[in-house]
Design a protein around this ligand. Structure first.
Ligand SMILES: Nc1ncnc2c1ncn2[C@@H]1O[C@H](COP(=O)(O)OP(=O)(O)OP(=O)(O)O)[C@@H](O)[C@H]1O
Ligand SMILES: [Mg+2]
Length: 499
C-alpha cells in the first residue's frame, strides 16, 4: 500500500517575472492535517492551485493515491476527490447560499434548476456541520465570516478525500474557528488528508500533525509539528529570527486630533463617542459583529450616519461620502480588501496612485509621472511589498501583499487620521511586524491611529488605549497598562439585557 495520498516532486511554476515555485516537494498522508507554511508570496497558494488543477505546472511530478497525474484539471481534481477552499472568497455574490454550494453541479428538474431540492440538500449539509445559515440567503448580503463558512461547506459537500484549506480562519469568529476545528478533527478521523494554510501560527497546535515550510518559492523542510519549536518554524519561514513580535515606540500624548460625538448609524452604531490623540494608537476590541467595522465605515462616510458629530482638530466636519473624509484627512483601510480595498484588475501602481491623484496631478490635471513613480516606489519599499514590478495587476499578488497595497496607498498622503480595519488579516509574521512598524511610524508622525482587530495579542501588544465594543455600543475603555484579556472579554460580552 502507498503511504502517501499526495506526492508532489520538483514542482516548478513561473509567472511572468517570478519563479513562484522552484522544484518544490510536498506530500500528504490520509488521516493527517499538514500545515503548509511560509511568508506572503512564498508560493503556498500556487502549489495548492496546481494540486487542484487551477494552474498547470511547468515541470515536476504529481501522484495522487499512487496514480501519476499528467495534466491536472479542476474536473479531474474533483473526480479524484481533491477539493480546495480558496484564500480569496470566490462566491457568486448574487446567488443564494444553496446555489453557491451546488455551483457547477446544480440539481435539475425538467430542464430547470431545482432550487427546492438544493435548499434541502444545503440545509442538511449545513446542519451536519453545525453551521447556522439559511440556504436561501443571498451570499452578497452575508458578512465575510459567513461567506467563508459557505465556502467551507461547499468544499465539504463534494465528499472530498483530500481537502485543501487556504487560510480558512482569517475571517472567522472564535466560535466559528472552534466549530471548524471540530469539523477538521472529524474529517481526520474519517481518514481524509487535509492541507491547512494559515498565518495564525498560534492555532496550529490545536489541529496540526505535520508541517511543510516554504520560502521564496523553495521547499525548506517537512517535519512533525511536535518536533519543532515555534522559533524554528518562524526561522524556517522567514530565514532569520524575529526578535520583537510587537514592536513599540512610546510617544508623548499630544493634542486631541479627532473627536467622535454621539455617533449613530443604523443598528450597529449606537451613541459612539470617543477621542483620538496625537501620539497614540487606539485599538478597538470586541467580538465579531460588535459594530466596530460599521463604526469605522460611518466615520469614513462609507455608510450614512443617523446623527452625531465628527470633529477633526476642533473643526466639525460634514462627511457624507468617503471623498469628504479623504479630503479632510481621514482615511480607512477596510476589512474586505477584495471588495472595498483594491481594484484587482488594475496595476499596483494605479492602485496606489488613483486615490492620490489630487496630489499627483499638476494644475492642468495631468498626472506628474515622476511624482507618481516616486510615490509608488517609496510605498513598495517602505512596506516591503514583494512584486515583480509595479505594473502587474494587484489581483495577482499574494494575499498578504495585496493587503499591503491597500494600506500603502493611504500612506502616500498626509492624512491626519488613519483607520485600519483588521490590518493584518492574512499577513505573515514578518509582514505583520512591518505593519506594526508602520502604525508606529504614523503615531510618531503625530497621526491619529485607530484600528480594529479581533486578535487579542495584537490588540494588547500594539494599542496605547483599548476601546471595547459590544452590540453596537462602547462598553469599556482601558489603557495599555491596565488591559488584561479577561477584562477585555468581560467588556466585549456586556450585552444589554433584552427586555
Ligand atoms: N496568477 C498569477 N500571475 C502572476 N503572478 C502570480 C499569480 N499568482 C501568484 N503569483 C506570484 O507567485 C508568487 C507566489 O504567490 P502565492 O499566492 O502562491 O503566495 P502565498 O504563499 O500563497 O502567499 P500569501 O501568504 O500572501 O497568500 C508571488 O510572487 C505572486 O505574486
Ligand atoms: Mg496564498
Amino acid at each position: 500500500m502507498e503511504e502517501y495520498i499526495v506526492e508532489l516532486k520538483n514542482i516548478t511554476k513561473a509567472f511572468p517575472g517570478v519563479l513562484a515555485l522552484d522544484k518544490v516537494q510536498f506530500n500528504l498522508k490520509s488521516g493527517e492535517v499538514m500545515a503548509l507554511l511560509g511568508e506572503n508570496g512564498a508560493g503556498k497558494s500556487t502549489l495548492m492551485k496546481i494540486l487542484s488543477g487551477v494552474y498547470s505546472r511547468d515541470a515536476g511530478e504529481m501522484k495522487i493515491f499512487g496514480r501519476e497525474v499528467g495534466e491536472m484539471t479542476p474536473r479531474l481534481a474533483q473526480e479524484m476527490g481533491v477539493a480546495i477552499i480558496h484564500q480569496e472568497l470566490n462566491m457568486c455574490r448574487h446567488l443564494t447560499v444553496a446555489q453557491n454550494m451546488y455551483l457547477g453541479r446544480e440539481i435539475m428538474r425538467a430542464g430547470q434548476v431545482n432550487n427546492r431540492t438544493m435548499n434541502e440538500g444545503a440545509r442538511e449539509i449545513l446542519g451536519e456541520l453545525n453551521i447556522d445559515l439559511d440556504p436561501e440567503t443571498v451570499v452578497g448580503d452575508l458578512p465575510v465570516s459567513k461567506q467563508q463558512m459557505v465556502e467551507i461547506a461547499k468544499a465539504l459537500s463534494t465528499n472530498a478525500k483530500i481537502l485543501i484549506m487556504d487560510e480558512p480562519t482569517s475571517a472567522l469568529t472564535a466560535k466559528e474557528i472552534d466549530d471548524l476545528f471540530a469539523i477538521i478533527r472529524k474529517l481526520r478521523e474519517d481518514g481524509k488528508g487535509i492541507v491547512y494554510i494559515s498565518h495564525r501560527l498560534e492555532e496550529l497546535q490545536h489541529i496540526v500533525d505535520r508541517v511543510t515550510i516554504m520560502r521564496d518559492g523553495k521547499y525548506i523542510l517537512t517535519g512533525d509539528f511536535r518536533d519543532l519549536t515555534m522559533e524554528e518554524i518562524i526561522a524556517g519561514m522567514v530565514g532569520r529570527e524575529i526578535k520583537e513580535k510587537f514592536p513599540r515606540v512610546s510617544c508623548k500624548k499630544g493634542e486631541k486630533i479627532l473627536e467622535v460625538r454621539h455617533l449613530n448609524a443604523g443598528r450597529m452604531v449606537r451613541d459612539i463617542s470617543f477621542e483620538l490623540y496625537e501620539g497614540e494608537i487606539v485599538g478597538f476590541a470586541g467580538l465579531m459583529g460588535a459594530g466596530r467595522t460599521e463604526t469605522t465605515r460611518a466615520i469614513f462616510g462609507a455608510d450614512p450616519k443617523d446623527s452625531g458629530e465628527i470633529v477633526l482638530e476642533g473643526k466639525t466636519l460634514k462627511i457624507s461620502c468617503p471623498e469628504d473624509a479623504i479630503k479632510a484627512g481621514i482615511v480607512l483601510a477596510p476589512e474586505d480588501r477584495k471588495k472595498d480595498g483594491l481594484c484587482t484588475k488594475l496595476s499596483v501602481r494605479d492602485n496606489i496612485a488613483l486615490p492620490n491623484l489630487d496630489i499627483l496631478c499638476d494644475r492642468l490635471g495631468v498626472v506628474n509621472r515622476n511624482r507618481e513613480k516616486e510615490m509608488v516606489s517609496r510605498t513598495v519599499r517602505d512596506l516591503m511589498i514583494r512584486l515583480p514590478g509595479d505594473q502587474v495587476d494587484a489581483g495577482t499578488l499574494s494575499g498578504g501583499n495585496q493587503q499591503k497595497v491597500v494600506v500603502g496607498k493611504w500612506l502616500a498622503r498626509n492624512s491626519r487620521v488613519v483607520i485600519f480595519d483588521e490590518p493584518t488579516r492574512g499577513i505573515d509574521v514578518a509582514a505583520k511586524v512591518e505593519i506594526y512598524h508602520l502604525m508606529n511610524q504614523l503615531k510618531a508622525r503625530g497621526i491619529g491611529v485607530m484600528f480594529v482587530s479581533s486578535e487579542m495579542p495584537e490588540i494588547m501588544g500594539i494599542s496605547d488605549r483599548i476601546i471595547v465594543m459590544c452590540d453596537g455600543r462602547i462598553t469599556g475603555e482601558l489603557c495599555r497598562e491596565d488591559a488584561t484579556q479577561d477584562q477585555i472579554l468581560t467588556y466585549a460580552t456586556r450585552f444589554e439585557k433584552k427586555v
